[in-house]
Each structure stands twice: as structure tokens, then as C-alpha cells.
Write a protein that binds this ligand. Sequence first.
Ligand code: NAD
Ligand code: ZN
Length: 333
Amino acid sequence: MKLTVHTKGSAYDILMEHGILHHAKDHAGSGHFFLISDDGVPQCWRDILQSQFPESRMHVFSQGEASKNFDTLQAVLGDMLDAGLSRRDTVIALGGGVVGDLSGFAASLYMRGIRYINIPTTMLAMVDSSIGGKTAVDFHGVKNSVGSFWQPSLVLIDPEVLSTLSPRLLHEGLAESVKMGLTHDAKLFELFEQEDYEDHIDEIIERSLRVKQGVVERDERESGERKMLNFGHTYGHAFESYHHMNRFLHGECVALGMMKVIRNRELKDRVKAVLERLELPVSCEYDPEEIVKLVMKDKKADHGEVTFVQVDEPGNGYLVLWREEDIRKGLEI
Ligand SMILES: NC(=O)c1ccc[n+]([C@@H]2O[C@H](COP(=O)([O-])OP(=O)(O)OC[C@H]3O[C@@H](n4cnc5c(N)ncnc54)[C@H](O)[C@@H]3O)[C@@H](O)[C@H]2O)c1
Ligand SMILES: [Zn+2]
């Protein structure tokens, strides 16, 4: 499968194919390369990439969100300079969203910006973070607070690499696909309802990518429609903070957030059934007043109102403005 994402002034391809990791070099273009990964990406996948670029250095940092910071960025940039990388050369990121976000940011800064190729290896990175051009590190305890918009020059997706991913990580990534089905693609949501998702992984990735492609093409800088991708995230981020980012994964909080925001009873039951099949959480204990406070703070309520994404029927997301009492109401149901 090949998708071309059009951005202002340029375009890049997303190629999805089983085994494409083995042929990354054929698509990478010319010049020198600098590879970036983390030590949680199984060695077998790193070796397959490295063997195609024997002359290139691979910078491997410690896995986890805790590495997505200026220290790692500085170490990566230092290593790129030591490797003698020039303005015409290319960074290749192999990993989940942490590797992708940090490598994209490094590429955007190095020599005022060089090419980077993203090879996502988690479900979340394949369906969500690898396209759209948002790059960042966490700073001063605030997630993604320093970053840039920097588009990849190519994205290579090899579903084979998902074979080493834990079911929990696979499912948390799929929560983002369920979200995209609900806001933009009823068929994608129904696929989760009616079929065994394991038999349809390629189709799920492709449909999710098409949703995200459409949204980012229409709204590259998140001034309008891109907000729709925040479905489930407004309560979701509050749950992440409430549980101090350590009890639930991001996608699990999105699942919890979707369950809280949907008001249509029938749809809520359908979504609950899908999330349960994916072993995602559908409820948790919390103090409603704390969650309200976190939502109002996180979203910098504008004149007491917060924008939420709402869905009443699969495939049709829309934006609503909620006041504090609406936000509280969702939590009491
Ligand atoms: N740029 C965007 O638009 C965007 C969108 C959503 C999320 N994000 C960012 O993405 C990050 C989360 O990404 P993530 O969920 O991929 O987390 P992650 O990158 O931390 O990966 C999760 C874990 O899986 C390991 N791993 C990676 N590939 C593997 C494989 N094939 N087999 C086994 N283990 C593997 C990693 O080493 C890591 O330990 C967050 O920092 C978030 O802010 C960015
Ligand atoms: Zn998300």
C-alpha cells in the first residue's frame, strides 16, 4: 500500500508492506544515514536495519517516555555531529512514538533541518504518531512542550514488527484506531465490532492512516479539524495526570476518556463492548472534582468553556463547548 501525504509545499509517501524493513535501503535514497532507536525495540529489528547501512552509526537510547528529553536530544545531536552528518544526509528513526518524536525533532534542528525517515514499530506509532509532522520532547515536566512541525520525507510500515509487541501495547495503539473509526470512519469502527481484529490488522492500519492523512492534510497546524483527533483525550489526559502517568498507558486513558464523553446510551454500549474485547479499561475509580479541575486547567478553559469532541453515531465526530457543569455531568454518569 502506498499513500501520499500532501503538506504545504511538499509531499511524502507512506509505504506499508510485510517485510519492507528488510528493504528499507531500497527506498532510503542517497547520501549518508544516521540511525536512531531505543533499547526496547527488539535487537532483531535493529539488526535488520543496521545490516543494510553497515557504514552508518546507530544511536540507541534507553526506552521509555523518560528519555524523551533534552539530555537525549543533545546526546543524539552530538553523535550526529561526530558522525560527520551533513545537510544532505538523512536520519532514520526505528521505534515507537518516543523514538519518532525525538528523532524528528533532532532532524528539524540539525543544520537547520535535514531529511528524516520514520519506521514506526508500535501500533500507536503506525496509526497515529508517525504521520502529521509533530515532533517534540518533554520539558520541565510538561509533555511535548518543546518541539516543531517537521514532516518526514518517508514513512515505512512493516506490520511484521508488531509480532514482538506485547498485547497490552498493541491494544493501547488500537484504542487510537477505534477513536478514528468513531470520529471519521464508521466501517473501521464496525470492523472492530464485527470481526476478529487480529485478522484485519493491515486494513485497520490502512484505514487509520487514511483518516489521519485526511485530517492533517486539511489542517496541518492544528487550527481546526485536527482537534477532532482529540476525541477521548480531554478526559483522557486528565485521567493520565490523575493516575500520575503510571497506572494506565496513554491509549488506555483514551479508552476511559471516550467512555466518559459519549452521551448517546446506545453508542456507549457499543463502544464499551469493543473496548472490552480489546482488553482496554472502560472505567476506573477517581475523584470527579479532581478530574474537573484537571480538565479546566489542562485545556486552559476559554471564558469557562472547554472544547470537547463528541460522537453520537460512528463516523461523525463534531466539536462541542462544555462549561464546568457539563464536564461534571459526564463524570457522574
Ligand atoms: N507526534 C505525534 O503526533 C504523536 C501522537 C501520539 C503520540 N505521540 C507520542 O508517542 C509516544 C508514545 O509512543 P509509543 O506508544 O509508541 O511508545 P514508545 O515509543 O515508548 O514505545 C513503547 C515501548 O515499546 C517498545 N517497542 C517499540 N517497538 C517494539 C516492537 N516492535 N516490539 C516490542 N517492543 C517495542 C519501546 O522500546 C518502548 O519500550 C509519546 O511520547 C507520545 O507523546 C506523538
Ligand atoms: Zn492519543
